[in-house]
Design a protein around this ligand. Structure first.
Ligand code: PGA
Length: 257
């Protein structure tokens, strides 16, 4: 059985160690009794060190929001997976639509980062999802299949098993417009079918597929009840301890039902 994973993607917010620490000091006691959900917070790089210190010996894990695929060298402004690993990061988010759209990251680049992350024993959370016009013109599944093929190109099934796929319809990110549980479930099933046909049924059962896009305490329950939705990647609502906790709680309830 897949246990749910909730990722808090803070984006370019709460990057000062004091702000991050304040939020985490509220979150830690709230989530103390959560057993079945993998909880990951992904603050900006500048708050990673303080976050790792403060969540030590708790059930919260830490992820980075990005990395480069080289270990070291002349890559001004980039962060290597070795640095993240050494710091104590367990997860890394790759291919977020903001990286793809604002910073022109291609499927090929994300594929290189993904292989490197796996090699470095970081757990990747890889985002895929369609734009509004792609959905409206009925191309959602083609877009997802293309991203799947290129982003996960040349991965072994043991490697894919370690990946969390975040299905994030871009029209739902930061817009307050959530996919309905049925819309999300349809694509989650489709992604699982892609895994089964490109790899095998067993791998398709193992890989966690989380939903992302305007998850809130008020819609989390209905989304997580769906059989193929294994938690969520949360942006805006992950900036506040109470709303993030309520979403984590919804994931715990969905798992134990
Ligand atoms: P949102 O962001 O929850 O603010 O829509 C989700 C994401 O970008 O991962």
């Amino acid at each position: 059985m897949r246990n749910p994973i909730i990722g808090g993607n803070w984006k370019m917010n709460k990057g000062s160690p004091s702000e991050a620490t304040k939020m985490l000091k509220e979150l830690i006691p709230l989530v103390k009794k959560i057993k079945s959900v993998d909880i990951v917070v992904a603050p900006p790089f500048t708050a990673l060190f303080s976050t790792i210190q403060i969540v030590k010996n708790t059930n919260i894990m830490v992820g980075a929001q990005n990395m480069y695929y080289e270990e070291m060298g002349a890559f001004t402004g980039e962060i290597s997976p070795e640095f993240l690993k050494d710091l104590g990061c367990k997860y890394v988010i790759l291919g977020h639509s903001e990286r793809r759209d604002i910073f022109n990251e291609t499927n090929d680049l994300i594929n290189k980062k993904l292989k490197k992350a796996l090699n470095s024993n970081l757990n990747p959370i890889v985002c895929i999802g369609e734009h509004l016009e792609e959905r409206e013109s009925g191309r959602t599944k083609d877009v997802i299949e293309n991203q799947f093929d290129l982003t996960f190109n040349d991965l072994k099934s043991e490697e894919l098993s370690k990946v969390t796929i975040a299905y994030e319809p871009i029209w739902a990110i930061g817009t307050g417009k959530t996919a309905t549980p049925e819309q999300a479930e349809e694509i989650h099933i489709f992604i699982r079918e892609l895994i089964a046909s490109n790899y095998d049924k067993k791998t398709a059962e193992i890989v966690r597929i989380q939903y992302g896009g305007s998850i809130k305490p008020t819609n989390a329950n209905e989304l997580f009840k769906k059989e193929n939705i294994d938690g969520g990647l949360v942006g805006g609502a992950s900036l506040h301890a109470k709303s993030l906790y309520e979403i984590i709680k919804a994931a715990e309830i969905s798992f134990n039902k």
